[in-house]
Design a protein around this ligand. Structure first.
Ligand code: CMC
Length: 377
């Protein structure tokens, strides 16, 4: 049994960052010192990405130039469309996204550069194209024609347009934009750590981003938003919530969308998403899922809040994405579309004064074991 290993690396400080600050005890999240709530209320995803990558808010001309470059990269090359067309319709969108982001590297004639300015443009290219990849894949599996990106639209509006074939309402665009802001960065979470580990080997941006997508997919990380939706579907109706939650508590099973390694208070992103989910539920007249979610929260508060377990970002993002009209298995890809900003920002930080990330494992197996030839085993 190991004595010195920090299981799950809990509490280990493995990098420095100037992007997001988290105070898990008091439920605080800031991007470059600005409260997440202020950004959610007043910023845009585009401006937030600039903030994270430059560690300051842009001037209007800077924001215009950044937005223009992003929009100019929405379209994906025809060769990649051909790759996408060969993906099975049954593929899960996270697997499709991971594969297609990786494939982007194969179409780049200079994929390996880690020179910061070139890296930044490549990261922006991935950020701009990822929504197109997801929207195209989602339409293809439904047998629908692709809807080409519209460079006159924001990141949020363009994604919903490519997905649905019609421009979103202002409310839906803003709701989705806020979701993108809230998910953009979050310290050294598992997928960000993955991206930094990959980048620390001086590998390339495509490897770092596709590796991070793989880490994000897991149900303990970004996959939890899909898990929340599956749970709500499984419960079915408000009157069945109490029995379901009590059963989970009695069996000591986890409820998806609750708990966090860092937050032992209410996740500030969940606070905002809860308000958003409630508003969308009222606007769309479909309040059933919100009411079920709220009842789960009340029951969990009575049962486990004393242990520091509260809703996390994934809990109310599930009902929010549902209200926006997204299919269940697109929820985690939505997390990825936004978090590419955080991953790339961290990789740029990693490259600035890089040192290979290479911790140790404590060997806890046997010693002096005689080799037995295969014929004698
Ligand atoms: N429901 C019920 N009990 C829980 C939950 C939960 N969702 N999460 C943690 N606990 C309990 C756990 O049973 C344990 O209790 P005890 O000390 O009595 O054995 C205690 O809290 C500590 O749990 P842990 O799993 O050791 O904590 P961790 O820091 O290793 O894990 C976590 C953090 C997020 C993986 C975990 O809370 C979890 O599995 N939550 C459900 C999945 C989820 O919502 N993940 C999204 C995380 S936030 C966004 C993101 O990163 O993508």
């Amino acid at each position: 049994m190991s004595t010195t290993a920090a299981k799950g690396l809990e509490g280990v400080v493995a990098a420095e960052t100037e992007m997001s600050f988290i105070d898990g005890t008091n439920g605080v999240l800031e991007y470059v010192g600005i409260a997440i709530d202020d950004l959610a209320r007043q910023s845009s995803f585009e401006e937030t990405v600039f903030l994270l990558w430059n560690r300051r808010l842009p001037t209007q001309p800077e924001l215009d130039a950044f937005t223009k470059e992003l929009r100019g990269k929405y379209a994906i090359p025809n060769e990649l469309v051909e790759v996408l067309k060969h993906m099975p319709k049954s593929a899960q969108p996270m697997h499709a996204l991971r594969t297609l982001v990786s494939a982007l590297g194969a179409f780049d004639e200079d994929p390996n550069t880690v020179e910061p300015e070139a890296y930044r443009h490549k990261a922006l290219n991935i950020l701009a194209k990822a929504p197109t990849l997801v929207a195209y894949f989602a339409r293809q599996r439904q047998g629908k024609d692709f809807v080409a990106p519209d460079e006159s639209l924001s990141f949020a509006a363009n994604f919903l347009y490519m997905l649905n074939g019609e421009k979103p309402t202002e409310t839906m665009e803003r709701a989705f934009d806020v979701c993108m802001i809230l998910h953009a960065d979050h310290g050294l979470n598992a997928s960000t750590f993955t991206s930094r580990v990959i980048q620390s080997t001086l590998s390339d941006v495509y490897s770092a981003m596709s590796g991070a997508i793989g880490a994000l997919r897991g149900p303990l990380h970004g996959g939890a938003n899909e898990g929340v939706m599956r749970m709500l579907n499984e419960i079915g109706s408000l009157d069945k919530v109490d029995v379901y939650v009590q059963g989970k508590i009695d069996r000591k099973e986890k409820i998806m969308g609750f708990g966090h390694r860092v937050y032992k208070a209410y996740d500030p992103r969940a606070t905002y998403l809860k308000t958003l989910a409630k508003r969308l539920a009222e606007d769309t007249g479909n309040q059933a899922l919100y009411e079920m979610s709220h009842r789960i929260e009340v029951l969990m508060e009575e049962a486990v809040a004393a242990k520091g377990i509260y809703p996390n970002v994934d809990f109310y993002s599930a009902t929010t994405y549902h209200a926006i009209g997204l299919e269940l298995d697109l929820f985690t890809p939505m997390f990825a579309l936004s978090r590419i900003a955080g991953w790339a920002g961290h990789c740029l930080e990693q490259l600035d004064g890089n040192r290979l990330i290479r911790p140790k494992a404590e060997y806890v197996g046997p010693h002096d074991v005689p080799y037995t030839p295969v014929t004698e085993r």
